[in-house]
Each structure stands twice: as structure tokens, then as C-alpha cells.
Design a protein around this ligand. Structure first.
Ligand code: GCV
Length: 724
């Protein structure tokens, strides 16, 4: 047989394959690079920056120095099209000098005050060395230089001038931590971005490159800790097999300044230690935890500590043995103290005891102020109930001056539309942080509680429940990445503006083109209020579908426990709507400092955004607008849907400014958001109208379906919920 035809066919296929490869976009955008997309800058901008990047003077002898150098080469190489050569001495204008006085004689020669920067701070300054202008990125410790490097790259990514730099940054908060609610079986509780990124099965041997990218992303925004597993914890994570896996992850994260922490199950001494009790005052139990801590620190010398959910939603805890939360936390704290570890003990506790759920965490923890060991932080959710689209700040902030309180935000959008709704959480985080507790007079903001300045604490922290999973884009949607990003930036500095952070994120993630940046940042900034409007306006809360938390169900009374039923929270009836938490109601208001309590107690002084949180209000109550409450409620719901329509409209004009892949997914997700916003509006209006008995105010469209229809909807599979 003659081989020629076959060779010919093979050649043809090869040529076709080459053509296909050449025609395919070199780099399809899938969101994997997050905000660390070091794509080539516009020609003119790149040329300017190249003159500031002629030499690289650094040292790469420690692991952190090595990753710092790698990031610089990657960043400069990508943004400028070429990375500068390394050298030992400054010989021309435009050198970039990175490191610490200890690692670089050139930096030592600058005589900058690095000691006052602490472990993580840095300076970025334009300096003169040997008569040449240079940019110095200087810190006291290696990790500060890495943080400074990311900051410097951000200046380039966002096209800022780097001619005369003089930046000093020191983090305001010590522990800046992600909380993963990841189960060991790969499911993520309240996760909407695929499965857990921790591949426990293949660890410790296979250390997926994604773990390094995770560490890079976190370090770039100053996150320095990660709790790997769900607060609804199994004891298994503390077994030797899993600790080896945890140690492998700790090894990957260490150069990036990230410590690992674990959520621990309070009853672990029984389940894996085979003791008869987990009583925190039992000497055998105390010994077990001490031994466990010793075992962990042998494997992971810089292990961060434990996060604990105890006596909450069915989890075991010290109260099972008639002990207090302080007894439980202190026992673990004593085990960790010799190694420098901390306990982050959650204040998210409530039970079906008939008391207003919003009051219970305060009632439980306030009396324990001053009873915790020095290495215990109490981790408090931002609001008194549970990460609702809008809540007042938790009354615990400011109420426990002798105890470090950590903020817990939820980055994953359990109550804000899961993966698909575009809701930028920066304004929510900022609203909470800037709330004034008034405990020491005006200006006693929640941010000052968290950064320790209000009551002089040096152990401080902020936690964010992660929205990260195995989806290529990490967070389930491109815009959800902004919520991870803004959390990290605000944990570093809670006084930053969420708008500035959004703008930087947009520039780094998409483009610097002002025709894109301005409208998209505006859209992000309005998105949280839009969601509040179409879900829970005017202080409504907890009216989502029970358990899975997807979609509206203000009518639901099916839960066994009253405090899990939406009707418990909205209390809509023929007279009015809202939860009376005033002094004649549950008196939750008096958990706040007197000035705040008086405001929340008085219906005329309560901000309308929180009206129905604190008051049961007649339908015909006159609002500031002069309209009735019923009118305003319908108007807000309608406004929310209209806002989403406008967001879609804004986005439709963005076509062509960015890659088609991400453009299209955002467009499709916005269409889903509009559909679901309409559903929220219509279902809630239909139900509240069934209670108020009032006609729809003129000019507003009636719900698209009957109340019966909305009540009949069921959902068999809802992401993030199956682990329950
Ligand atoms: C981890 C809410 C969520 C639960 C979560 C809990 C918590 O109730 O719905 O999934 O459990 O908060 O924060 O512990």
C-alpha cells in the first residue's frame, strides 16, 4: 500500500490544527487571574513605567523574598512587556529596590525608619541612590516587602503616577482572616462557587498550583489567615491524617504570610479522643486539648489557632456541661497559649427560649466581659441576627470593652442572591464599620472597636466567610471577586472608602478605560441598596425561604422553631408590619448605648432604612415622604427591580470594552438577577397585600402571579444547602 495519501491527510490535519490554534484567542478570559491580571498596559503608559523599572535590586534568599521577586517579575513582565534585569547596585535612573535593611545593603543605606512599621507594614518611596532616582519598597520584615510589592504593582495596574511616591502602610487590624465553611467531603456550606478548593483526598502529596494562586491573591490584599474548614465542624480534621494535609497547605501559604487555623468541634475529645466527656473543667479533657495543640504545633509551628462555634444551631459546647462560653474558650486558649495561638470564639448563639433572637448573643456574652483569657477573641457577626441584606450593627460592639471583639462579615452571598446577583458588599461593610456605637461619645465607631483603638486592644481581627470554590473564576461570578477583594482591603484599613476600592478593583479586573470604569463603579455602588429594596426594604429581615435561603417566603410558618420562621420576623398582620424591639416591645434597643437606644426607640428618629427592624408600624403610618408605609413599601420593592433594570442597561453599553467571555456571563447573570428581583418584589407584595388588605397604590404594577403561585414554588436542589 502506498503511504502517500495518509501522509497527505495527516499533513492537512496538522495544518488545520495549527490554523485553529492561531485563530483561537491567545488567552480566553475566565476570571481565574482575579485582580492580578498583569496584562500589557497601553503603549504610552507602559513606556513611562519602563523608565521607572530599569533595574531590580532585591534578594531572593528566603521563601518570602523568593515569591516577592517572582511576583515582581511576573507583574512587571506582564504589565510592561518586559521585566527589568536584576542587579546589585543602582547604576541608572529607574531602579526598583525591594526588601528590608537586613536583606539589602542598599536599603540599609537609605536609613529609613522601618522599625515603626512593625511586622507587616511597608514604605514605598521615591529615593535617590548614587545620584539616581529609584523606587524603594521597604519593610522591616520580608512580608511587609511582599505587601509593598503588591501595592506597587497595583499603582501600575491602575495607571497611577509613580514619579514621586511616599506611601506608608501599616495594617489597622492584626488578624485578617478568611473563614471557609468547607466540609471535608468537598461541599461548601453556603458556597455558590462549586466545591471546596481543598482537595483533601490528594493532599498532602498533591499541592495544587491553585493553592499558591489562592495565597497570592490573599497576600495581595493583606489577608494573613485562613480557617480551612466549616464552623459546623467534624472532629476528623484533628486526626493525624488530616493534620498532615493541613500542614501541607500551611507550607504552601507560609511564604505569603498566611497562617492556617482550624474550626474545632467542641466534643472532639469524645469523638476522636474516646473520652467520656468534653467538659472544659475536666482535667482529662484539658490534657487532651493540650496534647492536641502540641501535636499540631509540631507539624505547623506557626499554626494560628482555633475557631469555635459552640452551643449554636445544634453544635456541642460548654453549656452541655453547664459551663459558660468563657470556660470553654479559656480551656482551648490555655492549650494554645504556650505556642502563641489564639481562640476565635463565635458569639453567634441563640436558642428557642422565647426571647427575641436579636437579643440573645448580647445577653449571653456581655456578662462574660473580662472573663476571657488574653488570647481569646470573640467573633461577632456584623448584625444581631444573621448577615441579612441590612441589619443594624450588633449591640455587642462597644459593649465588651475588656474583650477583643472580631468582626465577622459574610462574603459569600447567602442572603444576597447567591452567585448570580451583582451585589457589591463594600457599602454594606462600610456602613457597619462606620456605625457609631456612641459608647464613649460621638465617634466611637464599630471600626474603632475592631481595630482596638476604642478600648486599647492590640489583639484585633476581622473575619470574612469566604466565597471561594472550584469554579474557574473562584467566586461564582466575576463581580463576586470584588467582595473578596473589598473584604481584604477593609480588614487592612477599615476606614478606606468602598468606592475607591471598587474603582481599583474594576481597573485591575477589567480595564482602565474611564468609559467603563465610571459607570461600572456607579453600578456596583448602588447594587447593595437595590438588593435591599427588592428583598428586605425598610428594615425587613429574614423573610427568605427557610433552610435553603433562596428566594422570598415572608409567609412561611412551617419551621418547627418560631425563630426560624419568616412570619416571626415580619409580623405582618391587618394592622401593620415589623418587629417591635422598642422598650414596649422586646426592648432590644436598650442593648445599645443610651444615645443610640433612644434613637432606635423613637419611631420618628429611627432611620427609615431600619424602621421595621425596630418598630411594628401601622400600614397607614406617614413616612418622611408624606406617603403611607404601605405606599413606601411597594415603592421600595419596585425601585429595587427598576435599579436592576438600569444595571442591565448600564452593562449593555459596556459591550466591547472587555473580553466577550466575561461580558456575556455578567449580562446573563444580570438577566437572572432581574428575573429574581421581580420574583422577590411580586411575592412579597402579594403576601403583604394579603395581610394589609389594601389596594395597590396607583401607578404600581400588580404582581405577575397570585400569592398561591409563589407559595407553591419548591426547590429540590439548592447550592450551599445540601450539607445541612
Ligand atoms: C455555618 C447561618 C447559616 C448557616 C451557618 C450559620 C453560622 O445560620 O445559614 O449555614 O452555619 O449561620 O454562621 O454558623
Amino acid at each position: 500500500m502506498h503511504p502517500a495519501p495518509r501522509v497527505h491527510a495527516w499533513m492537512t490535519m496538522l495544518v488545520l490544527a495549527v490554523i485553529c490554534v492561531c485563530m483561537a484567542p491567545l488567552h480566553a478570559e475566565d476570571g481565574y487571574e482575579l485582580w492580578l491580571r498583569y496584562h500589557l498596559l497601553a503603549t504610552q503608559q507602559a513606556a513611562i513605567y519602563r523608565s521607572h523599572a530599569t533595574q531590580l535590586i532585591e534578594s531572593a534568599s528566603t521563601p518570602t523574598q523568593t515569591v516577592t521577586r517572582a511576583e515582581l517579575l511576573r507583574g512587571l513582565g506582564g504589565l510592561l512587556g518586559q521585566a527589568p534585569p536584576s542587579s546589585d547596585a543602582v547604576t541608572s535612573n529607574g531602579a526598583i529596590i525591594v526588601g528590608t535593611p537586613g536583606s539589602s545593603p542598599v536599603i540599609a543605606g537609605l536609613h529609613l525608619d522601618t522599625k515603626s512599621l512593625g511586622h507587616e507594614g511597608y514604605i514605598i518611596r521615591t529615593v535617590e541612590v548614587n545620584g539616581h532616582a529609584a523606587t524603594a519598597i521597604v519593610a522591616h520584615d520580608d512580608i511587609g516587602a511582599l505587601y509593598g510589592t503588591f501595592h506597587f504593582l497595583r499603582l501600575l495596574q491602575t495607571e497611577q503616577s509613580i514619579d514621586h511616591l511616599d506611601v506608608t502602610q501599616i495594617p489597622h487590624v492584626k488578624l485578617r482572616v478568611l473563614n471557609h465553611w468547607d466540609n471535608l467531603n468537598g461541599q461548601v456550606e453556603r458556597g455558590y462557587a462549586g466545591a471546596s478548593i481543598w482537595d483533601w483526598w490528594k493532599l498532602p502529596d498533591w499541592r495544587a498550583p491553585r493553592y499558591t494562586d489562592y495565597a497570592r491573591a490573599n497576600a495581595s490584599i493583606g489577608i494573613n489567615g485562613t480557617v480551612l474548614n466549616n464552623v459546623n465542624a467534624g472532629a476528623q480534621i484533628l486526626t493525624p491524617t488530616y493534620l498532615q494535609k493541613v500542614a501541607a497547605l500551611a507550607d504552601v501559604f507560609r511564604p505569603y504570610g498566611i497562617r492556617v487555623y482550624l474550626s474545632v468541634r467542641f466534643s472532639a475529645p469524645i469523638e476522636i479522643g474516646h473520652l467520656k466527656t468534653a467538659d472544659p473543667l475536666d482535667p482529662q479533657v484539658q490534657r487532651w486539648w493540650r496534647d492536641k495543640a502540641d501535636e499540631i504545633y509540631k507539624l505547623i509551628p506557626d499554626f494560628g489557632g482555633f475557631l469555635v462555634k459552640a452551643n449554636s444551631e445544634g453544635q456541642p459546647g460548654p453549656q452541655d456541661y453547664h459551663r459558660t462560653h468563657a470556660d470553654g474558650a479559656n480551656m482551648l486558649a490555655d492549650a494554645l497559649a504556650p505556642h502563641g495561638g489564639v481562640v476565635m470564639w463565635r458569639a453567634f448563639v441563640y436558642s428557642a427560649n422565647g426571647e427575641d433572637r436579636a437579643k440573645q448573643a448580647y445577653d449571653e456574652f456581655k456578662p462574660l466581659d473580662g472573663h476571657f483569657r488574653d488570647n481569646v477573641l470573640i467573633q461577632v457577626k456584623n448584625g444581631p441576627i444573621d448577615f441579612q441584606p441590612r441589619e443594624p450593627f450588633s449591640p455587642l460592639f462597644g459593649a465588651m470593652p475588656k474583650t477583643p471583639l472580631m468582626m465577622e462579615f459574610e462574603i459569600t452571598k447567602e442572603y444576597l442572591g447567591f452567585a448570580t446577583h451583582l451585589v457589591y458588599l463594600g457599602p454594606l461593610f462600610q456602613e457597619v464599620l462606620s456605625s457609631d456605637t456612641m459608647v464613649h461619645g460621638k465617634g466611637s465607631t464599630v471600626a474603632k472597636v475592631i481595630d482596638g483603638s476604642l478600648d486599647h486592644h492590640t489583639l484585633t481581627g476581622m473575619a470574612g466567610v469566604a466565597n471561594i470554590g472550584t469554579d474557574r473564576n473562584w467566586s461564582g461570578s466575576d463581580f463576586n471577586q470584588a467582595n473578596w477583594y473589598v473584604f481584604g482591603r477593609l480588614a487592612w484599613d477599615p476606614t478606606l472608602s468602598s468606592r475607591t476600592i471598587a474603582e481599583q478593583w474594576v481597573r485591575m479586573t477589567f480595564t482602565n478605560n474611564p468609559a467603563f470604569v465610571k459607570p461600572v463603579v456607579d453600578m456596583m455602588m448602588g447594587s447593595r441598596e437595590a438588593a435591599v429594596d427588592y428583598m428586605t426594604p425598610l428594615g425587613l429581615h429574614h423573610i427568605m425561604g427557610p433552610n435553603h435561603h433562596y428566594g422570598p417566603a415572608p409567609w412561611d410558618a412551617s419551621e418547627a422553631r418560631a425563630d426560624w420562621r419568616p412570619v416571626y420576623y415580619n409580623r405582618a398582620d391587618h394592622q401593620g408590619i415589623g418587629f417591635d424591639r422598642t422598650r414596649t416591645g422586646s426592648d432590644a434597643v436598650d442593648q445599645y448605648a443610651p444615645a443610640v437606644a433612644d434613637e432606635f426607640n423613637d419611631i420618628t428618629k429611627t432611620p427609615e432604612t431600619l424602621l421595621l427592624w425596630f418598630h411594628h408600624v401601622p400600614w397607614d403610618y406617614r413616612m418622611h415622604s408624606g406617603q403611607t408605609l404601605w405606599y413606601e413599601l411597594v415603592a421600595h420593592y419596585t425601585q429595587g427591580v427598576d435599579d436592576v433594570k438600569r444595571m442591565r442597561e448600564t452593562w449593555s453599553h459596556m459591550n466591547g470594552y472587555i473580553d466577550p467571555e466575561r461580558y456575556q456571563q455578567v449580562a446573563t447573570f444580570l438577566a437572572i438577577q432581574q428575573k429574581e428581583a421581580q420574583w422577590w418584589r411580586d411575592a412579597c407584595i402579594a403576601y403583604f397585600q394579603s395581610q394589609s388588605g389594601l389596594p395597590l397604590p396607583p401607578g404600581f404594577a400588580p404582581p405577575q402571579h397570585s400569592l398561591k403561585y409563589y407559595q407553591s414554588l419548591t426547590f429540590d436542589f439548592v447550592p450551599g444547602y445540601s450539607s445541612w
